[in-house]
Design a protein around this ligand. Sequence first.
Ligand SMILES: [Zn+2]
Ligand SMILES: [Zn+2]
Length: 127
Amino acid sequence: MKYSKQRELILTYVQNTKTHPTAEMVYNNVRQKIPNISLGTVYRNLNQLCEYNLIRKISTPNKIDRFDNVYDNHGHLYCHECGKVEDISEEIISSVCDFIADKTNYDIISHDVILVGICRNCKKKRR
Ligand SMILES: [Zn+2]
Ligand SMILES: [Zn+2]
């Protein structure tokens, strides 16, 4: 992959945020540094970074892709009400995988976990 400053900025942003940004959120951030960048360019770079496994794409129930780092093999919680995506630590996920492996007699080699629920904040608002 050829070096590009735009892609470098996009990569750094996605790797260093906990928000699991949408392409639009990435665009709004990168635009502060490269004002003339287009949303299409951001999309293209995000997809290239996914192809090279430098970041990953998380598919959510509302069909809007979110992007994340690939530092470890953690899972995700998705809030059905506000759309927030939070991490489930690799430690928790691997103990769940061990449990399932044991029950099903499978050797689990990978996973892509997203659990849908209602987050703490949204639960509070409901009361
Ligand atoms: Zn929520
Ligand atoms: Zn994550």
